[in-house]
Design a protein around this ligand. Structure first.
Ligand code: HEC
Length: 107
């Protein structure tokens, strides 16, 4: 009986871990397909388009202090040359891609 419970707990845990991985990869996928050309794969904005448009680096100390709510608002509404994504991405996709940017800032 106890062993049965352990197996069940392991399966539930494995399922949750898989969901977390999937959620992360969708934010990463959105970033790579829609944002990396201007912001660069590592968020440093060192890509040719990033340099040409003077895109700010996500890795700068000031950028790390910006709130997640501000980032979500900028992605939804755009800012300067930054395009608005409210009509192109869903709310969860925008939250996911901003969460992915946060992981780049922790590296
Ligand atoms: C066409 C180039 C371009 C693309 C594509 C682009 N951005 Fe930007 N992004 C910019 C520019 C330029 C700025 C700076 C805007 C300003 O401050 O005037 C910016 C700013 C931002 C900021 C605010 C940074 C700060 O420090 O204020 C966030 C967050 C952001 N972008 C997220 C994203 C996400 C997420 C995507 C993909 C869904 C994306 N961007 C796609 C050009 C781009």
């Amino acid at each position: 009986m106890n062993r049965h419970k352990t197996v069940l707990a392991t399966l539930v845990f494995a399922g949750l871990a898989t969901c977390t991985v999937l959620a992360q990869s969708s934010g990463a996928d959105v970033y790579k397909s829609k944002c990396a050309m201007c912001h660069a794969a590592d968020g440093s904005a060192s890509s040719p388009a990033g340099k040409a448009m003077k895109v700010p680096s996500f890795l700068a100390p000031e950028a790390k202090k910006a709130s997640t709510a501000d980032y979500i608002a900028i992605v939804k509404n755009g800012k300067g040359k930054m395009p608005a994504y409210a009509s192109k991405l869903t709310g969860p996709e925008i939250a996911g891609v901003v969460a992915y940017i946060r992981t780049l800032q922790k590296k």
